[in-house]
Design a protein around this ligand. Structure first.
Ligand SMILES: Nc1nc2c(c(=O)[nH]1)N[C@H]1C(S)=C(S)[C@@H](COP(=O)(O)O)O[C@H]1N2
Ligand SMILES: [Mo]
Length: 331
């Protein structure tokens, strides 16, 4: 990612390839969790003890199990990233631009009470309290890859339901062509919002057909528990075929519009971050390649990088959405 320094307005990249923490799994912590009988709760939908050993840890947050998903493509066979890594290597600029900032500072985020406003070109606008939103559709567990434009990726068992379930419930008007996601921006509890790294609130958008695609997940949890704050509690989006920044965290508004939304990243650097932002190994970021990726938590820092897959490996499911489009122009 890039940051804009406040005084000069100059844009420069962060040294994102350097991992600050040693990436290892704390087996002892897992064993303790098993002994306490809490770890078993955490991974309802994921098969096998081996996987559990990779991801579980003592239950600290409220459990949020989900039924195994029947959505095609919703369960990649890749090994899930250890929870420890998935919850400590994050981008959440409202808490700082370093990947180790969110886990350190997100504890101040106030997630209760929480409501999501539904507005714009929709027949049933309104305000959903978090509890009601969570009850709107059955919770599923989905194991998705998420790849950051910076060149790293993770595999996370998310818990939530298809965003389309909510969209159908609120009945968009015929004129609604896009969905805009507006996230929390509170200076008091989010130290990064006082700085000028991005234009706040953090805004992202999807075309209506992307938003309605069954893989687009409204997520409330991960690894069988509610979301940790640094991962976007209490509700976020996960759009697995797009670069990670399309997956807005800590959403407070969902707006239906007839105009293509302008995201915070487009405002910061339109030549670098387009509206579509589909994972595409053939279209380089202007300042670095998108051809390979490093899987966080895997095989240590000297491991060979993986080849990045078109649409992050979800081409069979989503390729049709972009048939006939010039993906270099619509990047
Ligand atoms: N509100 C908000 N959402 C955000 C971001 C952010 O800075 N603020 N960062 C994005 C980026 S760049 C990535 S890669 C993913 C990271 O999600 P994770 O921490 O769950 O891996 O969150 C996305 N959602
Ligand atoms: Mo990202």
């Amino acid at each position: 990612m890039l940051i804009r320094t406040q005084d000069t307005g100059f844009i420069h990249p962060l040294s994102s390839e350097i991992t600050p923490q040693a990436l290892y799994q704390d087996r002892r912590e897992w064993l303790k969790g098993l002994a306490a009988g809490t770890a078993g709760l955490a991974l309802s939908g994921w098969a096998g003890r081996e996987a559990l050993a990779q991801t579980a840890r003592p239950g600290v947050l409220a459990p949020l199990p989900g039924a195994a998903s029947a959505v095609v493509g919703a369960n990649v066979m890749d090994k899930p990233t250890p929870y420890k890594d998935a919850s400590s290597y994050n981008n959440f600029y409202e808490f700082g631009t370093d990947k180790s900032d969110p886990v350190k500072y997100a504890h101040t985020l106030k997630t209760q009470p929480w409501a999501v406003e539904i507005e714009g070109l929709v027949k049933k606008p309104g305000r959903y309290g978090l509890e009601d939103l969570m009850k709107l559709s059955p919770m599923e567990e989905r194991i998705y890859r998420l790849r950051c434009v910076e060149g790293w990726s993770m595999v996370i068992p998310w818990v939530g339901y298809s965003l389309g379930d909510l969209i159908k419930r609120v009945e968009p008007q015929g004129s609604a062509k896009f969905v805009e996601f507006i996230t929390q921006a509170d200076e008091k509890t989010m130290p990064g919002v006082r700085g000028g790294a991005l234009d706040w609130p953090y805004v992202e958008g999807l075309r209506m057909d992307e938003a309605l695609h069954p893989l687009t997940l409204l997520a409330f949890g991960m690894y069988g528990e509610v979301l940790p704050k640094q991962n976007g509690a209490p509700v976020r989006l996960v759009v697995p075929w797009k670069y990670g920044f399309k997956s807005s965290k800590s959403i407070v508004k969902i707006r239906f519009t007839d105009k293509q939304p302008r995201s915070s990243w487009e405002k910061a650097a339109p030549q670098e971050y387009g509206f579509y932002s589909n994972v595409n190994p053939n279209v380089d970021h202007p300042r670095w390649s998108q051809a390979t990726e490093r899987r966080i938590g895997e095989d240590g820092l000297l491991a060979k990088k993986r080849k990045t897959l078109m649409f992050n490996g979800y081409e069979t499911q989503v390729g049709q959405l972009y048939a006939g489009m010039d993906l270099k122009k619509f990047f």
